[in-house]
Design a protein around this ligand. Structure first.
Ligand SMILES: [Zn+2]
Length: 215
């Protein structure tokens, strides 16, 4: 397989991984949503509850998003994120309300469904049973299907910002620009720190913990 170094190839690949996961863990019960790659600084992914998030003359679809800035994590982690969002999709289709508190707190129904579909689930006080990681079954599945890492992601490092404009195009619209740093965020688990030029919602990828503003 060609290396996953282009956006278009990755977009197609995510659809392929969805189809494989759908067959393996859901008996192909899920119809394809629109799978997007957008920036989601507060999460690795999301599932949209609306059936008409994307619309065409053929009808509407839900959306599953995979965060653009964290695409290049190990494939087992990206697959676990995709599977996590597919569990939300499955629960929605089956009338199972799996979140509360403004759809951020993952309840026991989410935990049960996630564990039944290839994920290991851990609890956090703020987000409930939201932290998921790949089970041995999912790891085996990834090896058996020869799934490889995605080798491209959107540059969203703190301290950089990507300028853009809707009115004209040009190199200056797409070049990451370093700007002055004014705020420091720290991971309460491991102490990793980053700087940002404005208030941001950011998580430590080592710990999956929200980072907190220091000082
Ligand atoms: Zn979730």
């Amino acid at each position: 397989m060609k290396e996953l170094t282009s956006y278009n190839r990755v977009a197609g690949y995510l659809n392929k991984v969805f189809d494989l996961l759908n067959a393996e863990f859901f008996e192909n019960a899920l119809s394809r949503p629109t799978i997007t790659i957008q920036s989601t600084p507060r999460a690795y992914g999301h599932f949209s509850l609306r059936e008409d998030t994307w619309v065409s003359k053929l009808g509407g679809t839900h959306e599953i998003n995979i965060g653009a800035g964290t695409l290049a994590r190990p494939i087992e982690d990206v697959a676990a994120t995709l599977l996590h969002e597919m569990v939300h999709y499955y629960n929605y289709e089956n009338g199972i309300q799996d979140c509360s508190r403004g759809n951020t707190y993952h309840n026991r129904r989410f935990k049960a469904a996630a564990e039944a579909h290839g994920l290991i689930v851990e609890h956090s006080d703020k987000y409930g049973w939201s932290h998921t990681s790949p089970s041995d079954e999912l790891l085996d599945f990834i090896l058996e299907n020869g799934l490889t890492d995605i080798l491209i992601s959107r540059n969203e490092f703190a301290g950089f910002h990507i300028t853009g404009t809707g009115t004209h195009s040009g190199a200056e619209g797409t070049t990451p620009t370093r700007t002055s740093s004014t705020r420091k965020y720290i991971c309460p688990c491991c102490g990793n720190s980053v700087r940002a030029t404005k208030e941001v919602h950011i998580a430590c990828l080592d710990c999956s913990a929200p980072m907190v503003l220091a000082g």
